[in-house]
Design a protein around this ligand. Structure first.
Ligand code: AMP
Length: 200
């Protein structure tokens, strides 16, 4: 199973990706976590991406791909992944598509976690006090929500056009969201191929 999760900051991507990875028995790959661990480890790449992450800007595509490509390739070879936080713009979506083609695989579904801005802001401010993330200050949160609206949200139409979009109301309780995602994926046309063990 190969899945992408699209959602604004605070929409529950991380929580759902963890549950879905366990459900399907595949890896959970979170671009933000990978970037933060490079920063913590003080690698050259971590040094390059630090200012972007802390200010809530998108890290340049080539740097994100440098980190993600080996992870995605390994997970794909091992049976699949739930990708959380990537792609974040159309260029990254095209790069993900090219990589999947090179690996001879296809992504089964792009799951859009839909939520209201005010609810997201509240959730992120609560997380700020709980986790102390450098990019969870109110101004930075607003900036990240804006980047989602202008740059990432167009991916919803992109994946709808490819016929693999599953849109879920992310304001429901966590376990309901998970169930709705699994049901939505099963209901996608072509789902029978998955059980048949084709390129999915
Ligand atoms: P996240 O943990 O997904 O909220 O990501 C935290 C931060 O990491 C974002 O605000 C960006 O600075 C950076 N980031 C994560 N994923 C990407 C991506 N796919 N492209 C560019 N920047 C990213």
């Amino acid at each position: 199973m190969r899945l992408l999760l699209i959602g604004a900051p605070g929409s529950g991507k991380g929580t759902q990706a963890t549950a879905l990875a366990a459900h399907y028995g595949v890896a959970h790959i979170a671009s933000g976590d990978l970037l933060r661990s490079q920063i913590r480890a003080g690698t050259p790449l971590g040094t390059k991406v630090r200012s972007y992450v802390e200010s809530g800007d998108l890290v340049p595509d080539e740097l994100v791909l440098e980190i993600l490509t080996p992870e995605l390739t390994a997970a794909s070879d091992a049976g699949g992944y739930v990708l959380d936080g990537f792609p974040r713009n159309l260029e990254q979506a095209e790069a993900a598509y090219r990589l999947a083609r090179r690996l001879g695989v296809t992504v089964r579904a792009a799951v859009y976690l839909e939520a209201e801005q005010e609810e997201l802001l509240g959730r992120l401010l609560r997380r700020a006090t709980e986790e102390g993330r450098a990019d969870d200050r109110e101004a930075t949160i607003r900036h990240r929500l804006e980047i989602f609206a202008t740059t990432t949200a167009p991916l919803v139409d992109y994946y709808a056009g490819r016929g693999i979009l599953v849109t879920i109301d992310a304001m429901q309780p966590v376990h309901r969201v998970t169930t709705a995602i699994v049901d939505g994926i099963t209901a996608l046309p072509g789902a029978a191929n998955v059980a048949g063990g084709t390129a999915e």
